[in-house]
Design a protein around this ligand. Structure first.
Ligand code: CUA
Length: 334
């Protein structure tokens, strides 16, 4: 009967039953309390109704009663808080070895780029039983990437990356909605998530002429001239990008940042804002010169670069000078 009249969407990810369990718990708690209050209101209204010759008498409060109805809800609320936090952090923390997919939103479509190089619009093909991380940005306004069957929803913002992840548990086709009002055709900004068996998915993803995203990124990296300054041999005018992804980076202003996708993106578009320690502010901005897709390619390329500087935890000019082989652009000092 529930299949003909489903109360909630299909559960098709590892997160779905966790979200639902918490939701059902909240419904039961609030439903029970609402029922209790309504019942007592009616009962007391009947029990203590006005009768001729009977006068209401004033009574003092009851400490025991007041403590009970304060302490019990406190424990219930704390349980809801802890439970919610556990589910939240699980939902917000993509597993380290997730398959990565880049999503670019625009009025009014979803553009998807797989790390393997496949591109699609308003469709996302993923394998069942694998962790998939979506790295998302918008070309214009705020959108929101919402897959009810997976119980995930995340705003997609212009100018930065946001991330969400899932682990699909059932092959099938699921709804994708934009869940943030984004203009006249917002309601048409929908698509499909196609969850495939692994073998089927491998066949789908390998039928791809353009090659991995990181390879396109390497080409773009060379075409834009990035490779003349960011050299792997530490002789460049810009930081060596080998293995920089995920590491902590010392900045000129003394702060330290983690070189995540957002930092790499920011360095391309606004290189002056959080400059690596020891480097001159000579890098031009690429704002307006590269598309969001190209930025994704560049980020995928930089992430693909291995670490040829084992043990180098930070990327700074000082660190490279200690290793004795770094001088800016050819003017060797003896
Ligand atoms: Cu995009 Cu609503």
């Amino acid at each position: 009967m529930l299949n003909n009249f489903p109360l909630w969407p299909e559960q098709a990810s590892t997160l779905a039953h966790r979200v639902d369990a918490l939701y059902i718990f909240l419904l039961v708690i609030t439903g029970t309390m609402a029922l209790l209050v309504c019942t007592l209101v009616i009962f007391f209204a009947a029990r203590f109704r006005h009768r001729p010759g009977v006068r209401a008498e004033q009574i003092e409060g009851s400490d025991a009663l007041e403590i009970t109805w304060s302490v019990i809800p406190l424990f219930i609320f704390m349980a809801i808080f802890v439970w919610g936090a556990v589910v939240y952090f699980r939902e917000r923390t993509p597993p380290a070895d997730s398959t990565e997919v880049y999503v670019v939103a625009k009025q009014w479509m979803w553009k998807v780029e797989h790390a393997e190089g496949q591109r699609e619009i308003n469709e996302l093909h993923v394998p069942v039983g694998r962790d998939v991380k979506l790295i998302m940005t918008s070309q214009d306004v705020i959108h929101s990437f919402y897959i009810p069957a997976f119980r995930i929803k995340q705003d997609v913002l212009p100018g930065r990356y946001t991330v969400e992840w899932f682990h699909a548990t059932k092959p099938g086709v699921y709804h994708l909605f934009c869940a943030e009002y984004c203009g006249t055709q917002h309601s048409g900004m929908v698509g499909s998530i196609v969850v495939m068996e692994p073998a089927q998915y491998e066949a789908w993803v390998s039928g791809n002429p353009s090659g991995p995203l990181s390879v396109s990124g390497e080409k773009t990296f060379a075409e834009l001239g990035c490779s003349t300054c960011h050299r792997p041999d530490m002789q460049g005018r810009g930081p060596n990008l080998q293995g920089v992804y995920g590491k902590s980076v010392q900045l000129e202003d003394g702060r330290t940042v983690t070189a995540d996708e957002n930092y790499l993106r920011e360095c391309i578009l606004d290189p002056g804002s959080r400059r690596v320690k020891g480097y001159q502010p000579i890098m031009p901005t690429f704002q307006g010169l590269v598309t969001d897709e190209q930025i994704n390619e560049l980020v995928a390329y930089i992430k693909s670069l291995g670490d040829n500087q084992s043990g180098a935890k930070t990327t700074t000019r000082a660190a490279s000078q200690l290793s004795g082989n770094a001088q800016p652009s050819g003017n060797q000092v003896q």
